[in-house]
Design a protein around this ligand. Structure first.
Ligand code: SAM
Length: 284
C-alpha cells in the first residue's frame, strides 16, 4: 500500500501556533520535505523532532517531486512544510499535490496558520467575498496587467509582498486602482512587531516616503465601488426572481413582466422569454 503525503501547516511567526496534530504527524512520517530546511530545522529542534529532512522548493521541484513520489509509492509517509504557514499557498506544494493526484497517492492536510486569512480578518475590510492574488510579478508590465485585470472587482483583494518591493507595488496600485482605495498593510503577523496599518493607497505611499518597509507583509485592498448604474436592488437577482417579487406582491404575470422590463431597461419580450424559460426549467 502507498504512503500518504501530509500537507502540514506550520507557524507564520509564533511557534506556539503549531498544532498538536502537526507535531504528531512530523514525529510519525519517514521524511519531511521542507521549502526552507534551515527554517524548518528551527521548528523541529524546538520541538525535539529528529527526522530525515529534505528540501523541496521552486528550483528543485521537478527532480525532488519525482523522488518524493517514488518514496510515497513505496509506502513511505512524507510531510510537506512551507517556509511558513500552509503549504501549496504561494509555494511549489501545489505541484506536488497535483503529482500525487495523478499517481493516485493519498494526500491529506493538517490545517493551521495562513498569512492571507489572518490578514483579511484583521484588515477591517469586507470578508464576505475576497480573492487571493498571491505575489504580483516582479516585472512592472505584468504587475500592471494583473492589477488592470482586477481593477473592477468589487470583492476584497489579498496580496503577498516582500518589503523591498512594497513601495513599487503601492505606486502601481495607485496608478491602476486609484489613491483613495482603502488598504490594510498587515505586517509581522503573530510576531512581536505585528502591526496593521489601515489607510488608503495614498496614505500608505506617504507613510513609506519617510521610512522603509520592514518585515513580512500582506496587503489587503477594498474592492471597487459599484458604479451608480449597477446599484439597483435587483442587480443580484435573476430575471425570474425579479418578476416573482412583483407577483408575490399581488401583480399579475403580465404587469410584473412589464415592470421588470421597464426597470431593467430591456424589451418586454426579452423578460417574457427568460421568465418562461426559467419557469419551464423549474417544472422539469
Ligand atoms: N504559505 C504561506 C502562508 O500560508 O501564508 C505563505 C508563504 S509565501 C512564500 C510568504 C509570504 O507570506 C510573505 O512574503 C508574506 O507576504 C506572507 N507572510 C508570511 N508570514 C507572514 C507574517 N508573519 N506576517 C505577514 N505576512 C506573512
Amino acid at each position: 500500500m502507498g504512503g500518504t503525503l501530509y500537507l502540514c501547516a506550520t507557524p507564520i511567526g509564533n511557534l506556539k501556533d503549531v498544532s498538536a496534530r502537526c507535531l504528531e504527524i512530523l514525529n510519525m512520517v519517514d521524511l519531511i520535505a521542507a521549502e526552507d530546511t534551515r527554517r524548518t530545522l528551527q521548528l523541529l529542534n524546538h520541538f525535539e523532532i529528529f527526522k530525515p529532512l529534505t528540501s523541496y522548493h521552486e528550483h528543485n521541484k521537478m527532480e525532488k517531486g519525482e523522488y518524493i513520489i517514488s518514496l510515497l509509492a513505496d509506502g513511505k509517509n512524507v510531510a510537506l512544510v512551507s517556509d511558513a504557514g500552509t503549504p501549496a499557498i504561494s509555494d511549489p506544494g501545489e505541484d506536488l499535490v497535483k503529482l500525487c493526484i495523478e499517481k493516485n497517492i493519498s494526500v491529506t492536510s493538517i490545517p493551521g496558520p495562513v498569512a492571507a486569512i489572518n490578514a483579511l480578518i484583521l484588515s477591517g475590510l469586507s470578508t464576505k467575498r475576497f480573492s487571493f492574488e498571491g505575489f504580483l510579478s516582479v516585472n512592472k508590465r505584468h504587475r500592471k496587467e494583473h492589477l488592470q485585470s482586477i481593477k473592477n472587482d468589487t470583492h476584497t483583494l489579498i496580496f503577498y509582498e516582500a518589503p523591498h518591493k512594497l513601495k513599487y507595488t503601492l505606486a502601481d496600485m495607485k496608478d491602476v486602482l486609484g489613491g483613495d482605495r482603502k488598504i490594510a498593510l498587515v505586517r509581522e503577523l503573530t510576531k512581536l512587531h505585528e502591526e496593521v496599518i489601515r489607510t488608503t493607497i495614498d496614505g500608505a505611499l506617504e507613510l513609506y516616503e519617510e521610512k522603509s518597509p520592514r518585515g513580512e507583509y500582506v496587503i489587503v485592498i477594498d474592492g471597487a465601488k459599484k458604479d451608480n448604474a449597477s446599484e439597483n436592488w435587483w442587480d443580484e437577482l435573476a430575471v425570474i426572481d425579479h418578476v416573482n417579487i412583483y407577483i408575490k406582491n399581488g401583480m399579475d404575470e403580465k404587469d410584473a413582466i412589464k415592470q421588470t422590463a421597464k426597470e431593467r431597461n430591456v424589451p418586454k419580450r426579452e423578460v417574457y422569454n427568460e421568465y418562461m424559460k426559467r419557469k419551464a426549467d423549474e417544472f422539469e
